[in-house]
Write a protein that binds this ligand. Structure first.
Ligand SMILES: *[C@@H]1O[C@H](CO)[C@@H](O)[C@H](O)[C@H]1NC(C)=O
Ligand SMILES: *[C@@H]1O[C@H](CO)[C@@H](O)[C@H](O)[C@H]1NC(C)=O
Ligand SMILES: *[C@@H]1O[C@H](CO)[C@@H](O)[C@H](O)[C@H]1NC(C)=O
Ligand SMILES: *[C@@H]1O[C@H](CO)[C@@H](O)[C@H](O)[C@H]1NC(C)=O
Length: 411
């Protein structure tokens, strides 16, 4: 009895104070460590002699296509992406073939075996083949139409922002893989890979950077109007078909900057060319047989694979702007109000990319695009939600364990 009593009085309390200290350490700083109430920051490159500067954006949409099927049932509500279904006749498509965009060619091939940390590892998806969202151009032409794939954000309010995609491009010649921002045919920004232009023999991997403007429209959207300065072909310093790389479009008030893996490929400042309204983000993989652009159709099914999209932006919706402002104003003292965008950290997300319509992201609109009700009680797409959650759970478990132990010793 005596020894037992001694143990109860000394060791457990010594242990609980360590536990309490640990709990304080674990619980206290984390919930306010990175709440991002005032947005997300990145540093942009200098422009025309002006110094590089920090940009801050209020909204985010982070999508992890290696782990999440955004087209699954659980995303049918406030989902953030939609497969596009439409046809373009051969004449509209300006190619010998028409283009059919079909849902079956945007294949969510998520990796189920382990959590992916980086997109540089080429894990297979549950369906076999490269894990991620596979955008397929079929080799079989159906009723004069090449079978293509396209996905788009439901939100249409993506305005000034930094837009990033993890992408592994097909090496089957005869397709165009595109990551683009779109409002209309004269307000559009594209990164386009033409697989027939790749040449493994001399290590030539060009990428086409396009700012569609009224001028390019006047020129009949002919890819050769390069004198406008809003069409530039750049050699990539790597083989885009061998692995995932990050491609990025920064749309700012006075310029559009294109990047590959953090390296600036081109900056366009063309007068009337910079978009003046909000638009949406799209990814497509297509062919119409036009020898002057996509070439093809491909001799075998061609797959380009998307691992993630990260969008940090300001909404063109004034109401969302006001909401962002008030969120920032109400940020509690001690929170990290502005979060730094993880630069090319392929595993790094500031929000939970699995939540139905996470936090600030997505942009509500008439299409029913995700609002802030992701049901997890976090108003913001705040900081390391997942980490915070699991640490809280761990701390709770430790606490419960300690309490049970003390209880057991007392009784
Ligand atoms: C985005 O909006 C915020 C809030 O209005 C503003 O402070 C910030 O400068 C904007 N960012 C850019 C790059 O325009
Ligand atoms: C695209 O939208 C802009 C801004 O509203 C407008 O000025 C332009 O005429 C539109 N272009 C086309 C092709 O409709
Ligand atoms: C590589 O070879 C192709 C085909 O001959 C040619 O069109 C292209 O310009 C070459 N690229 C480079 C970077 O030398
Ligand atoms: C603008 O945002 C508000 C608040 O999120 C939303 O209720 C409204 O539907 C949006 N308006 C448009 C035109 O998308």
């Amino acid at each position: 009895m005596e020894t037992r009593h001694m143990r109860v009085v000394r060791r457990p309390w010594a242990t609980t104070s360590v536990v309490s200290w640990l709990l304080l350490f674990l619980l206290h700083p984390l919930p306010t460590a990175a709440d991002c109430e005032c947005g997300y920051s990145t540093t942009t490159t200098a422009n025309g002699g002006a110094a590089a500067s920090d940009l801050v954006f209020s909204e985010l949409l982070e999508s992890d296509f290696t782990r999440i099927d955004y087209f699954g049932d659980e995303y049918k509500g406030p989902r953030r992406w939609a497969r596009q279904v439409f046809d373009k006749s051969a004449s509209t498509a300006r190619g010998p073939f028409g283009e059919a965009y079909v849902t079956g060619n945007a294949v969510s091939n998520i990796v189920t075996t382990k959590k992916i940390k980086t997109t540089s590892n080429n894990d297979n998806g549950g369906g076999g083949g490269q894990g991620g969202l596979q955008l397929v151009v079929g080799s079989k032409v159906v009723d004069g139409m090449v079978q293509n794939a396209e996905i788009a954000t439901m939100g249409q309010d993506y305005f000034h922002g930094t837009y990033r995609v993890g992408l592994k491009v097909t090496d089957v010649p005869g397709t165009c893989t595109a990551f683009f921002w779109y409002f209309n045919d004269t307000q559009e920004i594209d990164i386009e890979f033409l697989s027939h232009e790749f040449n493994h023999a001399n290590n030539s991997y060009p990428v086409n950077l396009v700012l569609q403007t009224a001028q390019s429209r006047a020129a009949g959207y002919d890819a050769s109007w390069s004198d406008t300065g809003t069409f530039q072909k750049r050699e990539l310093p790597f083989d885009p078909t061998a692995g995932f790389h990050e491609y990025r479009i920064d749309l700012l008030a006075d310029r559009v900057v294109f990047y590959a893996d953090d390296k600036v490929l081109a900056t366009m400042t063309g007068g009337d060319g910079i978009p003046s309204v909000g638009g949406n983000l799209l990814l497509s993989h297509w062919s119409n047989g036009n020898p002057g652009w996509s070439a093809g159709p491909p001799a075998a099914d061609a797959r380009s694979v998307v691992s993630y999209v990260k969008a940090y932006y300001n909404s063109s919706n004034a109401t969302r702007g006001e909401e962002a402002w008030s969120r920032c104003e109400k940020a509690p003292a001690g929170s990290t109000k502005v979060c730094k965008i993880p630069e090319r950290d392929r595993g790094g997300f500031l929000s939970d990319p699995g939540s139905g319509g996470s936090g600030n992201g997505g942009g509500d609109n008439a299409n029913g695009q995700g609002n802030n009700n992701n049901g997890d009680g976090h108003r913001n797409a705040a900081g390391p939600l997942v980490a915070t959650g699991s640490l809280r759970a761990l701390a709770l478990a430790v606490e419960l364990g300690a309490a049970l132990w003390i209880f057991g010793l007392w009784c």
